[in-house]
Design a protein around this ligand. Structure first.
Ligand code: TTP
Ligand code: MG
Length: 400
């Protein structure tokens, strides 16, 4: 059954980190601002976190190596990220969203779905609510957001992106095909490069062309995903807005100032990253069961591997043990590494402390974590490092 009676919003802040920098530094306004690693006159390492729309016109974008950004835009204003500040502003943004409904599903630091169907009686039609949210963000925080409104999440997300920055796009439930059909298949949720290739080979360039294909042929060509893409092409997405699910993963990564092939040094850095991830999980009272390792070699080839532990955890020791196993299994000895990262996802709902079979064996580890957390709360995150991560201070990790 297709239910087009819901009013779903997708809100995404414009050039979020860069806009906060421009807001707080009037000199930066109207100029290309690039938030990320230090470009070091074109020799810098690390990546662009984000950049202002002025910088985007030079071809700079998120995740681009900072030295490439510097080549494209040497006159840019390069800013090291102020992670804490962005988190605070993010909190303020979400507080505004919650003024309109409690049906808010945060997707990232600057992005959320909202189901405002139940708020219409109070605030007026969905489009009015979308405009009120934008106005409130502008008035209270002096920042701009783009909002998409549609009868489902998929369409709302596409809509919010179409007229960035400061956009407001409404998808009329009666005109879903008109909205969707002209768009390229790259807009299909879940269509990676491989799927796009298959679709291109079938002569399909737009979502409309995909929608014209019979369901059974799509299923034959695309397997299980055929059904998914068939639905999307017809604008069908019955996913609900999951309120209160918050963060999906916690991760930290580190770009080395010179590439490293020394296994010992890599392990030390991993230990420091696990330490930091564990600390953040505990601070936010999150327990996750999937541990992720990310390795980027000097040639930029990147692997991500994960392992699921028996029960959700936020214990540094368990995270580190799992990461070490993943590392030993997947690191190709002798290859130089440019970046490593550690993440935890697969969070359980926050309904008290889940007991795990690790609990008895792991009590010591937990006490140690608690002690470290206390010290960090009192003296800041730089105050303490595990002995096995000494020499790999967590201070300069690039927070994402
Ligand atoms: P996005 O919403 O993807 O980007 P944006 O808000 O900067 O720009 P847009 O107007 O296109 O929405 O991400 C939100 C923030 O997350 C972004 O400001 C910086 C951070 N980020 C990174 O640090 N690295 C990344 O690769 C991406 C994509 C985002
Ligand atoms: Mg954004």
């Amino acid at each position: 059954m297709i239910d087009n009676s819901r009013v779903i919003l997708h809100m995404d802040m414009d050039a979020f980190f860069a806009s906060v920098e421009q807001r707080d530094n009037p000199d930066y306004r109207g100029k290309p601002v690039i938030v990320g690693a230090d470009p070091q006159g074109g020799k810098g390492r690390g990546v662009v976190s984000t950049c202002s729309y002025e910088a985007r016109s030079f071809g700079v974008h998120s995740a681009m190596p900072i030295r490439t950004a510097y080549k494209l835009c040497p006159q840019g204003i390069y800013v090291w990220p102020h992670g804490k500040l962005y988190s605070q502003v993010s909190k303020q943004v979400f507080e505004i969203l919650y003024e309109f409904t409690d049906q808010v599903e945060p997707l990232s630091i600057d992005e959320a779905f909202m189901d405002v169907t139940g708020s219409i009686r109070l605030f007026g039609e969905g489009e009015k609510i979308a405009q009120l949210i934008k106005d409130r963000i502008k008035e209270k925080l002096n920042l701009t957001a783009s909002v998409g409104m549609a009868p489902n999440k998929y369409l709302a997300k596409i809509a919010s992106d179409l007229e960035k920055p400061d956009g407001l796009v409404v998808v009329d439930p009666e005109k879903i095909s008109e909205f969707l059909h002209p768009l390229p298949i790259s807009r299909l949720w879940g269509a990676g490069k491989q799927t796009q290739k298959v679709l291109h080979k079938m002569g399909i360039e737009t979502i409309g062309e995909l929608a014209a294909f019979p369901e059974d042929i799509l299923k034959k060509k695309l397997g299980k995903m055929g059904d998914h893409f068939y639905k999307l092409a017809h604008g069908i997405d019955n996913r609900e807005v999951h309120a209160g699910q918050g963060v999906k993963s916690v991760s930290n990564e580190h770009t080395f100032s010179t590439d490293i092939r020394d296994g010992e040094k890599l392990r030390k850095r991993l230990s420091a990253l696990c330490d930091k991830v564990g600390y953040r999980l505990r601070k936010h009272k999150l327990n996750g069961k999937t541990i992720h390792l990310k390795l980027r070699y000097s040639d930029f080839s990147t692997i991500t591997r994960n392992k699921t532990v028996q029960s959700p955890t936020n214990a540094t020791e368990i995270i580190y043990k799992t990461i070490t196993k993943l590392f030993e299994k997947n690191y190709i000895k002798g290859r130089t590494v440019r970046l490593i990262g550690v993440g935890v996802s697969g969070f359980e709902k926050q309904t008290g402390q889940q007991l795990s079979i690790f609990d008895s064996a792991d009590n010591k580890g937990k006490q140690l974590d608690a002690l470290e957390d206390e010290i960090r709360l009192k003296f800041g995150t730089k105050a303490i490092n595990r002995a096995d991560s000494l020499g790999a201070s967590i201070r300069d990790d690039f927070d994402r």
